[in-house]
Design a protein around this ligand. Structure first.
Ligand SMILES: C[S@@+](CC[C@H](N)C(=O)[O-])C[C@H]1O[C@@H](n2cnc3c(N)ncnc32)[C@H](O)[C@@H]1O
Length: 386
């Protein structure tokens, strides 16, 4: 059926479509979705529920030898879903915490990880005089004794064997908000917590063990996955090598929705990354909308044009590019980002093959989205002219 000229409507009132017929039979809200074993390793905002990429990959599966690409891979959901079905995958993200998550989730369990973990904890616990990095407003967000414990772990992780480093960094990153004064991942208020120095080491150990257990539970051979850190708007097609891409599955950032850099700001500071550089490159960051610096729906259109230039260069003719994207409220106006992307892509010879609206689970909506009263997001499947 794939590619046949069909006009159809799905159960949840999808718009008409031309193409992959079985996508229209899917209930895209996935109300019965269960927590995924790899979903609990580390917090990440606005991630896919795995059922979405799983369904898209199952119906639009590229031929053997072709890769699945997610140019905004975030926590790596598309990559792990591709890997679970034996497909090669490529992920790109600007945010180093996203890259860390994606790499750990798609990599083999590091050789010697148990030894590296206990050595890191021993080294950190016995560190008499750890160097606390120069991080803005550190005293507001971290008690002094906690600063010293986190600093000793950060320096122990920094000298861990290369193959163990990513997993240990991810474990450290995952406990940063918990041991800070920040109320929660989504509430930026300083509160008093009863965390002790020894809790920091205990939580780190527990987090590393939880990550290891989840990785051990992957019931599939690990198809190759490449994760690149960088600004997709500055990436040249050659950066993904000679790889041919058969399918793109992604959820792009969009104006005035989430701020990934802010969510992970202190995690990045502690791991030695620069959150302000990430902020500067982040598409759609809400901060860009203050101060009249000219970010508009037109800026997003320009960014999506640059993205489509890349996708057009790497995707095979007849390949599909799938986007899951919400609406934005910009200066009081609602912008339909799905239509905007579809319109941009049409200029590169991509035709709409399928489109539907899915309900965003209330727990996944950001503060901004709930204020804009935006309750659905668009699943958009485009097909490159064969
Ligand atoms: C909606 S999230 C993707 C979530 C992902 N689907 C998942 O399941 O975790 C969008 C991602 O785009 C990334 N991003 C924002 N601006 C970027 C840029 N200029 N280049 C590359 N990635 C960017 C953000 O860091 C964020 O991880």
């Amino acid at each position: 059926m794939d590619g046949m000229p069909l006009i159809m409507r799905n159960r949840v009132g999808a718009t008409s479509c031309l193409g992959p017929a079985r996508l229209a039979d899917t209930g895209w809200d996935f109300r019965d979705a269960r927590p995924h074993p790899l979903g609990n390793l580390h917090p990440y905002p606005a991630r896919f529920i795995p059922e979405i990429p799983r369904r898209l990959i199952a119906e639009l599966r590229p031929a053997d030898g072709l890769a699945v690409l997610d140019p905004f891979c975030g926590s790596g959901t598309t990559l792990t879903e591709a890997q679970a079905t034996g497909l090669r995958s490529i992920g790109i993200d600007l945010n180093p915490i996203a890259v860390l998550m994606s790499r750990v989730k798609t990599s083999p369990i590091p050789v010697g990880i148990g030894k590296a973990l206990s050595e890191a904890i021993q080294r950190a616990e016995s560190e008499a005089n750890p160097q606390v990095p120069d991080i803005p407003r550190l005293d507001h967000w971290f008690r002094k004794d906690i600063q010293l414990a986190v600093a000793s772990l950060a320096s122990a992780v920094a000298v861990a064997p290369a193959e163990a480093k990513d997993l240990l960094r991810l474990a450290l990153s995952s406990i940063i908000v918990r041991v800070s004064n920040q109320d929660s991942d989504t509430r930026y208020a300083a509160v008093e917590k009863s965390v002790t120095r020894s809790d920091v080491f205990r939580l780190f150990l527990r987090s590393a063990q939880r990550i290891l257990d989840a990785l051990k539970g992957r019931p599939y051979p690990l198809a190759e996955s490449t994760v690149l850190e960088g600004d997709i708007l500055a990436l040249r097609p050659g950066a993904i090598g000679q790889e041919k891409v058969g399918l793109v599955v992604t959820s792009p950032p969009y104006p005035n929705a989430y701020e990934y850099w802010l969510y992970h700001k202190y995690r990045m500071w502690w791991l030695g990354f620069d959150p302000l550089a990430v902020k500067a490159g982040e598409i759609g960051a809400r901060a860009h909308f203050f101060g009249g610096n000219g970010h508009t729906a037109e800026a997003f259109r320009g960014q999506m044009t640059t993205l489509m230039t890349l996708l057009d260069a790497v995707l095979i003719p007849g390949g599909h590019a799938c986007f899951v994207v919400g609406r934005s409220r910009i200066h009081g106006q609602i912008v339909d980002n799905g239509s905007l992307i579809s319109e941009v892509a049409s200029r590169f010879g991509f035709a709409e093959a399928f489109r539907t609206e899915r309900v965003i689970a209330a727990t996944r909506k950001s503060f901004n989205l709930s204020h804009a009263n935006i309750k659905t997001e668009t699943v958009l499947v485009l097909r490159k002219t064969p």
